[in-house]
Design a protein around this ligand. Structure first.
Ligand code: API
Length: 269
């Protein structure tokens, strides 16, 4: 099976053209191919599928085989994939996802391939949701970007973000009240226009960045008076930019994407 491995801000996925490869069980394939030792190694699997409602359809699976309903970094890489593999010459695309149709703008001529995505309107579910884990009470902001996020703001003295205890983010992600799990973002504001963020993704564990998570954190910062509506989100895998339009309420995500390698996956799937 021919595959392409790509990363957006360090969030890496295996891309397979479903028109060329017949995948019987994508969930099982996602688990096997994502394994960092017995597979190719990735945060999950993304199938590029035909669509009768848009230019293409994105079908996304986390590393544990669970279906992801939206993936900000993944859809950015998909835009580069279809353009650079000659599946389209368009630089404005519509991609069908499990969370509706998203619009992409491609900038292939930049030093790194840059993609801007309209991510839709952030759905602020709860501004002050109380979580109590092992007696430690924390207030999280619940936001949906077509997938669920719990944003935890850390104090300014939270220290270097590489030292943050991600076990806590995992506990939030697996908290019993969040049926089906949730993506948990730890955030420390660096200014009204900037933040540092690490993420524990449901279905994949800690990833180096999360596109929907960056949007959720930016929206959470804005609605809690911590941030403005343009934000730079620095994560271990790199920096993403968001812009939350006041008129339309639409959130835009922007960043670069890279093709890492192409290969032939010969294990059973
Ligand atoms: N783990 C997420 C899907 C991937 C999201 C992330 N990689 C992104 O870039 O948005 C979920 O199950 O909702």
């Amino acid at each position: 099976m021919n595959f392409t491995k790509m990363q957006g801000c360090g969030n890496d996925y295996i891309y397979v053209d479903s028109e060329k490869e017949k995948i019987r069980n994508p969930s099982a394939l996602a688990r096997r191919i994502s394994d960092r030792h017995y597979g190719v190694g990735a945060d999950g699997l993304i199938l590029i599928c035909p669509s009768d409602r848009a230019d293409f359809r994105m079908e996304m699976y986390n590393a544990d085989g669970s279906r992801g309903t939206m993936c900000g970094n993944g859809i950015r890489c998909l835009g580069q994939y279809v353009y650079q593999n000659g599946k389209t010459e368009k630089k404005e695309l519509e991609i069908e996802t499990d969370s509706g149709i998203k619009k992409l703008w491609l900038y292939p001529d930049d030093k790194n391939f840059r993609v801007r995505v309209c991510m839709g309107v952030p759905d602020i579910r709860e501004k002050h949701f109380a979580v109590s884990i092992r007696g430690r009470k924390t207030e999280v902001v619940l936001v949906s970007m077509g997938n669920p996020h719990a944003v935890i703001f850390l104090p300014p003295d939270a220290g270097s973000f590489r030292q943050w205890k991600m076990e806590y983010a995992r506990e939030i992600s697996e908290y019993s009240a969040f049926r089906g799990g949730i993506n948990a973002e730890l955030v420390r504001m660096t200014s009204e226009y900037g933040m540092k963020m690490r993420v524990w993704e449901r279905g994949s564990g800690e990833t180096l960045s999360c596109g929907t998570g960056a949007c959720a954190a930016a929206a959470a910062a804005a609605v809690t008076g911590r941030g403005k509506r343009r934000m730079k989100i620095e994560m271990p895998g790199g920096i993403l930019s968001t812009e939350w339009k006041t008129g339309s309420g639409l959130m835009y995500l922007e960043g670069t994407s890279r093709i890492i390698c192409k290969g032939d996956y010969t294990d059973k799937y």
